[in-house]
Design a protein around this ligand. Structure first.
Ligand SMILES: [Zn+2]
Length: 181
């Protein structure tokens, strides 16, 4: 039996031109950059949404104080029970005590009231801090020793009637510059 071997022509490997590779790398880089940009924008929007929700809570707490004091001869809710009293007498919902940047739930508050507001014989001026973020608890009253930055990166939400310059959120390094007394 006769076998025939047909000589196959060996095809040389065709390499794409360097220009084509540059175009491919450029396209891939563009796609990767677009994905990265999308992730960065999503992250920034999430941060903005959490800060906005927190700022609304702080504003709501500030608005609830006069509702309470009007009914109690100008007196602030007692420091030991201020969360409970604002719920009972100023129609504050417990959800208003939860910062969107925190995982707190139930009867906890991510906000504390400034203890300096209770200093006898002293009336706080408009630029004195009223509410600020702290580790979730209940009926917390204090000052600089209590603030917590974990809900918004290195910043905390604070509220005073004239607002802090950074739009209610201030870095841990600058928080001492606010008026706490
Ligand atoms: Zn917050």
């Amino acid at each position: 039996m006769e076998q025939s071997f047909e000589a196959k022509e060996i095809q040389p490997i065709k390499w794409d031109s360097p220009r084509l590779w540059i175009v491919r790398i450029f396209k891939l880089s563009t796609i990767l950059l677009s994905v990265l940009l999308f992730i960065v924008i999503l992250h920034a929007l999430g941060n903005y949404r959490r800060r906005l929700g927190c700022a609304i809570n702080l504003y709501g707490l500030d608005s609830a104080l006069p509702v309470y004091t009007n009914d109690f001869e100008g007196k602030l809710p007692q420091a030991k029970t201020w969360n409970d009293l604002l719920i009972t007498y100023a129609d504050v919902d417990v959800s208003a005590f939860h910062c969107p940047g925190s995982h707190s739930a139930g009867n906890t508050s991510d906000y504390a009231i400034n203890a300096a507001l209770y200093t006898p014989g002293k009336s706080a001026s408009g630029d004195t801090v009223q509410f600020f973020e702290c580790i979730a608890g209940w009926n917390q009253t204090g000052g600089l020793d209590l603030f917590y930055t974990g809900n918004h990166g290195n910043k905390i939400g604070c509220y005073n009637s004239v607002r802090v310059p950074e739009g209610q959120f201030i870095s841990a390094e600058k928080v001492g510059q606010l008026k706490w007394e």
